[in-house]
Ligand binder design. Structure first.
Ligand code: BEZ
Length: 211
């Protein structure tokens, strides 16, 4: 059964490169990003794991933990770490789950048999501190993910969790945001002291409220 936005992120226990975890306990009060890759010692995956490791500080700043998963065992992930560091210049600094029993892959529907019936696709799940799924993305094995886009959507999710706002097409942090549709103009005036601009009655922009 596919996981939908707003569902509770399934909990599991697993072995990882940082030792055994209970997923919900490991998340604690943080946001979390669980992402799968098809296989260790493959080119796109090596660039991805290294790319996320290199930019982990940007996820830390957003109170967000990273955790990767594939159906390879922890022993394979451990051997692969050296290549990730060689290629990216950054040591692996977050856990990778060894999911050879496919427990996590099954819970999160990460194996798409018409793509590959033996390996996980490139799934991304962003999970909030309430353990609810806030975003899902699925890429094929041939396309590496984009860290900038994942940080951008994380910023949007965290902003709309804190304020009654949405973010428009191609929004980048610092740009104006959209006043939540449920707010009346009077409520928007009270909520957003910097004011707002009405383009259509249903499209009102206000400066990013936490800047
Ligand atoms: C890769 O990471 O390059 C890859 C992994 C599995 C299938 C195809 C490509």
């Amino acid at each position: 059964m596919a996981i939908r936005l707003g569902d509770e992120a399934p909990n599991f226990t697993a072995d990882t490169t940082d030792g055994p975890i209970d997923f919900h306990q490991w998340l604690g009060d943080s946001w979390g990003i669980l992402f799968s890759h098809p296989a260790d010692f493959t080119p796109v995956c090596t660039t991805e794991l290294g790319g996320f490791a290199k930019r982990k500080a940007e996820f830390d700043q957003r109170n967000t933990k990273l955790i990767a998963v594939s159906v390879d065992p922890v022993e394979s992930h451990d051997r692969w770490k050296g290549d990730i560091a060689d290629v990216s210049g950054s040591a692996l600094n977050f856990p990778i789950i060894g999911d050879e029993g496919r427990t996590v892959a099954g819970l999160y529907d990460m194996i798409h048999p018409n793509a590959s019936d033996t390996t996980t696709v490139r799934s991304v799940f962003i999970i909030g501190p309430d353990k609810k799924v806030k975003l899902t993305l699925t890429y094929p094995a041939s396309t590496g993910r984009n860290v900038d886009e994942i940080l951008r959507v994380l910023d949007s999710l965290q902003l709309s969790a804190a304020y009654p706002v949405a973010t428009p097409l191609d929004w980048r942090p610092g740009e104006d945001v959209i006043v939540g549709a449920k707010l009346t103009d009077a409520e928007a005036t009270e909520r957003f002291p910097k004011g707002f601009t009405t383009v259509k009655p249903y499209l009102r922009y206000t400066p990013q409220p936490n800047q």
